[in-house]
Write a protein that binds this ligand. Structure first.
Ligand SMILES: O=C(O)c1ccc(O)c(O)c1
Ligand SMILES: [Mg+2]
Length: 628
């Protein structure tokens, strides 16, 4: 299979798009006519630029409103096609992609369309070219691939073939079985796109919300299995129309595209047990069993205050790094690393972002294998000088330039605490009952959200939940969770188009995307809150109105509601499952902790998010850290 990407997927000028496509290691490109029309040079210049970067133009598209016209329009469309063949000749491209006619002037009838395509095939063949027919899901007469295939079959011309576009087929829920009987040599081009499940007209859905395979909800795998059954080994090209991609970085989006194809084809290969030529070997997705540590970059001046916050939350200092200004703080299964060293990655991170999470370490089954998978997926591996006797923890670059470390037992990396840290005695340690990291919530630019979704889901064995829309007093926030099946790892991605949401304001304060909050788990939130109060930790106050409503909404006893009210605990219930949440006040820079208790509850308390956001917004000007 030869993979490619359409210029329409990316932002920028034709030159910028082609450079990004080449940098992402594609070999083929679909040129969208508008990109060529706006190019400042001849088609020959474009060809030189494209081929100079090692790429080949696989098709020029789209050729619109062709089939089913009656004269005089019919002769005009053929004249128009001849002009396109001229351009293609200069461009060094031999395939014209024709999408189904949407014009009210077009006439239906498979036989008429077949005759038009036969004639177009004759004209193309004379010039050593070919044409391929795509059924747009909103085509006037032809909007089903089974009809476009019937047109191509009846056109019965070697220069006339079919385009299968996964979006048009899957969006309409068209039965896929007919794909299996199309002769593979008649499929001239396969276009791949996924999309989120949305209830809207096909045209708007297609033009604004398509995304790369794996980023959406369409049954891409079923499509690939049907395609595979044909024996297809031709051109497979990403064709995404997406407003966020058009606003994003062309380089990053092109890499996302390549990453999505590598994963999609690898999954097909694993499913079929077959080989796919030219596909890199990809180690398995990392089986992940939680967060081993969260590392904060803190400068010397802020370290004392930050450590006081950790103490307030019931953490104890459990280790001192043998050679660096780094401490380990523990409670239950949670490790927090406070890095105030004057050299190295955390230090530079702190200079740019202030007190913030500079790294997360995940527990995986095979840390070196995870980094190998990441490298094959075009993620950026990270390496910094390691002192003598110090553990070298495999890592890749994550969100906002932070690090994602991987720790396993197999390579002995789980011994890092003994190897790198001098233990500190733990006499009289009570703690506050916190047991584990429940979830890590990351805020990012709206245009980046699909990038990081794909980053995590392509690397780790995790599932994504549907996108939730959360109302912040300053606008709407999109929120999506990524979770392992057992809930040992839960990551939340948040992004907003409004500049006034807390999520967006955090990006401004942090000078970039990053971890905005960490939720820590307890088995008894009332006892934990009592400890925190004793330690002088200020919690986020929740309005009385919330509790007045809660009694009725959740059908709770007045006493239980009263206990929650006095502890500022938010509550949610799903059948017998219950969820309790409480928040610290926001620290300088916008970061905060959450404490949760789950009783068989799997969500994140989405109903409570607007209440919490409103309280945080109200207090946004008061950034006194708790315990200071
Ligand atoms: O939105 C469109 O018009 C359009 C154009 C070309 C395609 O290949 C396609 O799938 C959609
Ligand atoms: Mg298409």
């Amino acid at each position: 299979m030869r993979t490619a990407i359409a210029t329409v997927c990316l932002s920028g000028t034709l030159t910028e798009k082609i450079e990004a496509i080449a940098a992402a290691q594609f070999k083929g490109v679909e040129i969208f006519e508008n990109d060529l029309l706006s190019f400042n040079g001849t088609p020959v210049d474009a060809r030189r630029m494209i081929e100079g970067l090692g790429l080949k133009t696989i098709t020029l598209q789209p050729f619109r409103d062709f089939e089913g016209m009656s004269d005089p329009q019919r002769s005009k469309v053929f004249a128009r096609a001849e002009r396109k063949f001229d351009v293609m000749q200069e461009l060094g491209c031999d395939l014209l992609m024709v999408c189904s006619n949407v014009s009210p002037d077009s006439l239906g009838g498979i036989e008429r369309a077949a005759a038009d395509f036969h004639e177009l095939g004759e004209r193309a063949a004379k010039r050593g070219m070919r044409v391929a027919f795509e059924a747009l899901s909103w085509g006037r007469h032809i909007h089903d691939y089974r009809d476009s295939w019937e047109v191509v079959r009846r056109a019965n011309h070697p220069a006339v073939g079919l385009v299968l576009d996964s979006f048009h087929i899957l969006a309409r829920g068209t039965d896929l079985s007919a794909i299996r009987s199309v002769p593979p040599e008649k499929i001239f081009l396969v276009q791949m796109a996924d999309a989120p499940k949305l209830d809207m007209d096909y045209l708007s859905w297609s033009r604004h919300y398509r995304c790369f395979p794996g980023q959406g909800d369409l049954p891409i795998e079923d499509f690939m299995l049907a395609l595979h059954a044909t024996g297809f080994d031709g051109l497979l090209s990403l064709e995404i129309f997406n407003d966020r991609f058009r606003a994003g970085s062309a380089r990053n989006v092109a890499i996302d595209g390549q990453r999505s194809l590598i994963v999609m084809l690898d999954e097909l290969r694993r499913r079929m047990g077959s080989t796919i030529p030219d596909l890199p070997e990809l180690p398995q997705k990392a089986a992940c069993s939680g967060v081993e540590f969260v590392e904060f970059a803190v400068d010397e001046r802020n370290a004392v205050g930050f450590e006081r916050i950790l103490t307030g939350l019931g953490f104890r200092k459990a280790g001192i790094h043998r050679s660096k200004a780094v401490t380990r703080w523990r409670q239950g299964d949670i490790n927090i690393v406070v890095n105030s060293d004057k050299e190295g990655f955390a230090h530079s991170f702190n200079i740019t972002h202030g007190t913030s999470v500079c790294a997360l370490a995940l527990r995986v089954n095979d840390a070196p294998g995870t980094v190998n998978r990441a490298v094959t997926l075009l993620d950026q591996p990270f390496q910094q000088p390691v002192g003598p006797g110090e553990t070298n923890i495999p890592a890749v670059r994550g969100l906002g330039g932070s690090l994602l470390y991987f720790v396993d037992q197999k390579s002995g990396l789980d011994r890092l605490w003994d190897v790198d840290f001098e233990p500190v005695d733990a006499e009289d340690f009570k703690g506050a009952g916190l047991t584990s990291v429940d979830h890590v919530s990351q805020s990012m630019h709206y245009e980046e959200m699909l990038t990081w979704l794909l980053f995590y889901t392509s690397l780790l064995d995790v599932q994504k939940t549907p996108v939730q829309t959360v109302i912040d007093p300053g606008g709407v926030v999109q929120s999506q969770a990524i979770e392992t099946g057992d809930g040992s790892l839960r990551l939340i991605l948040n992004a907003s188009q409004s500049q006034r949401t807390l999520s967006s304001r955090f990006l401004t304060e942090l000078f970039g995307s990053g971890v905005q909050h960490i939720a820590l788990r307890t088995d008894d939130i009332f006892t934990t809150v009592a400890c925190l109060k004793e330690n002088g930790v200020d919690l986020l106050p929740i309005p009385e109105n919330y509790y007045d409503d809660l009694e009725v909404r959740a059908d709770l006893a007045a006493d239980d509601v009263e206990r929650m009210r006095s502890a500022n605990i938010l509550y949610d219930r799903e059948g017998p499952a219950e969820y309790f949440q409480v928040y610290t006040r926001t620290l300088e820079g916008g970061f905060f902790f959450e404490i949760v208790e789950r009783r068989a509850y799997r969500g994140y308390g989405a109903v409570n998010a607007p209440i919490r956001l409103a309280s945080q917004t109200r207090l946004a000007s008061d950034t006194t850290p708790p315990g200071l």
